[in-house]
Design a binder for this molecule. Structure first.
Ligand code: 1HE
Length: 254
């Protein structure tokens, strides 16, 4: 923990942080029981790459059946849902390969900071497999389904800048600095009211799945809870007495 920011590190660098069953279980355990005082999380990967996706050797060796792999996918989905909808903002610090299931993992986070070494790919087709960790939903929504189909068919690799252009990254840090830059952002995020952050990470993507009428209704319910919540009087009091920082052009994103 660093100033209310919990740092979660994929720590299997010798295998490029490939996600085997044990790694997924560890991720699930961490995101199921974040420290109570955590107001934001930074997710990073040890070694030269963020994450090489599904552990292909384990999958090869296990000779899973269709039902086995369906269950694997369900575990990935449920773990990544905990990341996306757990109510605590998650900032990904990306570097090196963010490929296959690594991109699926990154897509479950809320803010993604890359450094120039970062590259994105969905190389499943070349391996004779398909995405199973939520990419058809999460990655397709970020880059559009058409672009995802093209990316998978061609095996195209996107560098950090191209990834940022498509929304896979939101910021490009200096070389080797994505973790530091992610910490800066996470500390900023952690200063928001916790209930506002909860509303952002739990409701916006869900409302995108609803009809406009249902979405407006859900938004009004969410806003009714947040706008009458514990920190409103203090924070708006600071606005009223002019002690709250103004919104200024200096805050424009780079
Ligand atoms: C792995 C994996 C892995 C590396 N599963 N062991 N993902 C992929 O198709 C990515 C496949 N991996 C690669 O293309 C490269 O390994 C990397 C670009 C990620 C890294 O290259 P490099 O040169 O830094 O490392 P390396 O020498 O290739 O790998 C180091 C070790 O990590 C080596 O093991 P070693 O025992 O020979 O030392 C690799 O075998 C191992 N390794 N990547 C298992 N993915 C729910 S469905 C999700 C679908 C997917 O994610 S498909 C997977 C897409």
């Amino acid at each position: 923990m660093d100033e209310e920011v919990a740092v979660v590190t994929l720590n299997r660098p010798a295998k490029r942080n490939a996600i085997d069953e044990a790694t997924l279980a560890a991720l699930d355990a961490v995101f199921s029981a974040l420290p109570r005082e955590a107001r934001a999380v930074v997710l990073t990967g040890a070694g030269p790459h963020f994450c090489a996706g599904l552990d292909l050797k384990e999958h090869h060796d296990k000779e899973r059946t269709a039902v086995d792999f369906m269950r694997v996918c369900q575990r990935w989905h449920s773990t990544f849902d905990k990341i996306q909808y757990g109510g605590i903002p998650v900032v990904a610090a990306l570097h090196g390969a963010v490929v296959g299931g690594g991109l699926e993992l990154a897509a479950a986070t809320h803010v993604r900071v890359a450094d120039p070494s970062t590259y994105f790919a969905l190389p499943e087709g070349q391996k004779g497999i398909f995405t199973g960790g939520g990419a058809t939903v999460r990655v397709a929504r970020i880059i559009t389904p058409g672009r995802m189909v093209e990316m998978m068919l061609t095996g195209r690799v996107l560098d950090a800048r191209a990834g940022k252009g498509l929304g896979l990254a939101h910021e490009i840090a200096a070389p080797g600095e994505s973790l530091r830059a992610a910490m800066v952002l996470a500390k900023r995020v952690a200063k928001n009211a916790a209930l506002s952050n909860y509303a952002m990470v739990t409701s916006i993507s869900r409302i995108a799945d609803m009809s406009a009428t249902d979405g407006m209704f859900a938004e009004s319910l969410m806003a009714a809870v947040v706008q009458t919540g514990g920190e409103v009087q203090t924070r708006l009091g600071a606005f009223v007495d002019k002690s709250l920082a103004k919104v200024t052009p200096e805050q424009v994103a780079g």
